[in-house]
Design a protein around this ligand. Structure first.
Ligand code: MG
Length: 417
């Protein structure tokens, strides 16, 4: 395969530094764009660390997927060794030639690869971003996504999780095809149809890269913008075993390779929205923690309620005071706190109902007071379990009191409705 590659990068019109990085490795036919994020120096260090780790891994013969995994490890390791770099991350969109007519793309984050084939531009990668996920789920239109205030929030990046999920895409290419790698500083500023128009009209890859960066700046240049253009000059399956050659366009060496130690400007900068991208992933954790705390408090409150409540109920034929809530709550089941020796069957019907339906609830004192009243009502009827039997009327004088429960019941019934 014969390729021609060119690049352009700019910090844009708003940012005070450039956290993007890129790579054109002629010998390995390897191309990449990385968009760093994280406060202070973090973004620059993350993107440059990832690009250098990718280059080194590919140079050692590591397959693209594993090379990006190593870049992820490199960013995590670098961040772990420096408090100032904690939380940094970066996107990575890399392309390597395989065989005589295929390109392999490895992708994490919201930088993009486009392919121009016969004048039509097609996006070759899916963004790992909040708004793109909403578009894929049909909850946002592509037009709404373009203007969405949270379009900079990425859902996947190098430097966050280990291992990282890497998307791989294979592109079949032929002579005349063109691949454009770019950071979101291009795609948030320039519409795809304008990218397509420029990519179709400009035959020279270097001039195209510069024109795209200029277009992003003309539109406001709100973010760092980086473009790598790879033109396929020759592609043939028969050439599968031929070494791929890359003709890199002439340009100042300083911008040719991103494998330059990042500058070290310790000047404080105002917080940038970009920082919210890495926070987006960690943000989920920060949102969950207070939620778990609230759930814990609620569970503790319910437990306290369950264990400090009492009710009067029945255990077999005996009236007892239960500690807890009828039916239990969150695994705290009521336990018998005190037996009363009062037989359920000795109670007036209404009280018996109340006891059997556990409808007397409250503190321990209320429960004891209620049991006291039950005891009083029951005492007079201890021997009146036979009230329903006709013979009770013929027994001891005490039987006169058998009317008491009925009177009580009647009184209450009257007082009712
Ligand atoms: Mg960006």
């Amino acid at each position: 395969m014969k390729l021609a590659a060119a690049s352009a990068t700019d910090q844009g019109r708003v940012r005070s530094n450039n956290e993007d990085a890129f790579l054109i490795d002629d010998q390995r036919a390897l191309f990449a764009v990385a968009d760093g994020m994280g406060g202070h120096r973090g973004g620059e260090v993350a993107s440059h660390t990832a690009i250098e780790a990718l280059r080194a891994a590919i140079a050692n013969g590591t397959p693209l997927h594993d090379a990006i995994t190593r870049a992820n490890t490199a960013v995590l390791t670098r961040a772990a060794g420096d408090d100032e770099l904690a939380g940094m991350g970066t996107t990575m969109t890399a392309v390597v030639a395989i065989g005589g007519r295929q390109l392999l793309i490895g992708h994490v984050g919201d930088s993009r690869a486009y392919m121009l084939h016969e004048g039509t531009l097609r996006r070759a990668t899916d963004d790992h971003s909040l708004v793109e996920e909403l578009v894929r789920e049909g909850r946002l239109t592509p037009e709404q996504a373009e203007a969405h205030p949270q379009r900079a929030i990425v859902t996947r990046a190098l430097g966050v999780d280990d291992p990282v999920d890497v998307d791989l895409y294979t592109l079949d290419v032929e002579a005349g095809d063109r691949v454009v790698l770019c950071s979101d500083g291009l795609t948030t500023m320039v519409r795809e149809r304008d990218i397509e128009r420029l990519a179709r009209a400009e035959p020279d890859p270097q001039r195209l890269a510069e024109a795209l960066v200029a277009a992003a700046n003309d539109a406001g240049g709100e973010d760092n913008v980086t473009v790598v253009v790879v033109d396929v000059l020759e592609a043939d399956a028969a050439l599968a075993h031929d070494p791929t050659t890359v003709i890199a366009e002439q340009e100042p060496p300083v911008s040719r390779s991103a494998v330059i130690p990042p500058p070290d400007p310790p000047a404080p900068r105002e917080p940038r929205p970009k920082g919210s991208r890495s926070r987006a992933v960690r943000g989920a954790i920060l949102v969950l923690l207070p939620l778990l705390f609230i759930v814990g408090i609620a569970a503790a409150a319910l437990g306290w309620y369950a264990r400090s409540s009492y009710f009067v109920g029945a255990s077999g034929n005996e009236v007892v005071i239960y500690k807890g809530v009828p039916g239990g709550v969150l695994g705290w089941n009521p336990t018998v706190d005190q037996r009363t020796g009062v037989a359920l069957g000795s109670l007036p019907a209404l009280d018996r109902d109340r006891v059997q339906t556990n409808s007397s609830r409250g503190s321990r004192a209320t429960a004891e007071a209620y049991v006291g009243r039950l005891r009083a009502a029951a005492t007079t009827t201890t021997t009146s379990t036979t009230t329903t039997r006709p013979k009770t009327t013929t027994t001891a004088p005490k039987r006169t009191t058998t009317t008491k429960p009925r009177v009580t019941a009647t009184t209450i019934a009257k007082a009712g409705p």
